[in-house]
Design a protein around this ligand. Structure first.
Ligand SMILES: *Cc1c(COP(=O)(O)O)cnc(C)c1O
Length: 400
């Protein structure tokens, strides 16, 4: 270990990365359950409970849920494996770094990808999707794929508007949504939105350690996959759509993660999904209120330029040229115990990001904001006054 890193710091560390997020004790304890043999009926019951809970969370009783022992990139690959065809193209809507990476990975599998352009600080350009579908009179585009919350920019796009654009063109493309960063932080109603496939992973709003991915697919997507997709095996929905519980995983199920998921789904249900979303909205609003005050000194500002685009999961804060957000992160983490995220892709070196999703409450947000102010003070980054007061006022005003 690097000797300049203190092995243990006293007190609670504030994890404000937008994934991995804090894991509640209840989830940790469930994951420590002893292993069992796979014929134990508790294994099947656990898998069934997780599937049921996910369908409830997604509000899609008739979709099938497939779990994979993988991260989010793994389930991107699962979607590509089940929807990839040599005779079709996948349209990936530009939303920022995560849509870029999704497109690069999908192209890397030898699939044809069409991308729509994206503008810094803006949500997904719905008209560009509509134009691409209109131009595709031969219906070569098999799916429109969109990232709900692009974690790198801290922006959430309008999924209903994309659905309406697809419908306006009468194009038969499937609608695929990445909800890795938004699920259990912002409303997502798979059936009502007309989403055919969605995918996510464990370490963000689901309040779990990384390592469990899921894909939900409806009957239309399943049928399309059977008819058109290239040969596949490990990721195959067809292989995994079975009542034989261990065949669902193409091998041994990730039992510890499933045990954790059952508990995390229970925690979300007990709090109430609307209350969970409102809490995320409130905590994100408090962060943004603080950053607006900081911004008056001219050195930092909110990255999101669309008032309707602010994510309830993460806020990206842009720094002026000459300010090093990575150095700020190190001071915040090592001196003030606040772990933030940095910039990714084109935003590397231009932003720091404050995660406010998962197992989080008001004093945690206030502590994080105060720690970041302290770190900015150490780094001599000018920030406007009253940020903490604005965050407190926002919370006081919006607390139910
Ligand atoms: C985090 C994230 C991913 C990738 O997930 P990993 O588990 O890191 O592979 C994909 N999409 C979005 C929107 C994300 O936020």
């Amino acid at each position: 270990m690097n000797s300049s890193i203190t092995p243990r710091l006293p007190g609670i560390r504030f994890v404000h990365s937008p994934g991995p997020t804090r894991v509640p004790d209840e989830v940790m304890h469930a994951m420590q359950r002893p292993m069992t043999d796979l014929a134990d009926p508790r294994v099947a019951a656990l898998i069934v409970a997780c599937e049921k809970g996910m369908k409830e969370l997604l509000n899609s009783p008739s979709s099938d849920v497939y779990f994979y022992a993988s991260n989010g990139h793994g389930v991107w690959e699962a979607v590509a494996a089940n929807l990839g065809s040599d005779n079709h193209s996948l349209l990936i809507a530009g939303s920022g770094h995560f849509s870029d990476q999704w497109a690069i990975q999908t192209q890397g599998l030898g699939l044809s990808v069409i991308r729509t352009p994206h503008q810094d600080g803006q949500r997904i350009d719905v008209s560009a999707i509509e134009a691409a579908l209109k131009a595709d009179t031969a219906h070569r585009i098999s799916a429109v794929m969109a990232v709900h919350t692009d974690t790198a920019s801290g922006m959430t796009s309008d999924l209903a508007a994309i659905r309406q654009a697809i419908d306006r063109t009468g194009h038969p493309a499937l609608y695929v949504v990445d909800v890795v960063a938004s699920l259990a932080a912002a409303p997502f109603d798979m059936d009502a939105l007309g989403v055919d496939v969605c995918l996510g992973s464990s370490q963000k709003g689901l309040m779990m350690p990384p390592g469990l991915g899921f894909v939900a697919a409806n009957a239309k997507a399943f049928a399309w996959s059977i008819q058109h997709a290239k040969p596949r095996f490990y990721w195959s929905w067809q292989e995994r759509k079975t009542d034989n519980q261990s065949a669902k995983f193409c091998g041994t199920p990730p039992l510890a993660h499933l045990a954790g998921l059952e508990v995390s789904l229970g925690l979300l249900k007990a709090e109430g999904l609307e209350a969970v979303h409102a809490r995320h909205q409130r905590l994100g609003g408090a962060v943004q209120a603080a950053v607006r005050c900081w911004a008056t000194a001219g050195a930092v500002k909110l990255h999101c330029k669309d008032p309707l685009g602010f994510s309830t999961s993460v806020t990206a804060v842009e720094v002026s040229p000459g300010i090093d957000p990575e150095a700020l992160r190190v001071v915040a983490r090592e001196k003030f115990q606040v772990a933030m995220a940095g910039g990714l892709g084109p935003l590397a070196g231009r932003v720091f990001r404050i995660g406010h999703l998962g197992d989080m409450n008001e004093p945690m947000i206030l502590g994080a904001l105060a720690g970041i102010e302290a770190a900015m003070t150490v780094q001599k980054i000018p920030y406007g006054p009253n940020g903490m007061a604005a965050a407190i006022a926002y919370l006081a005003q919006h607390t139910p």
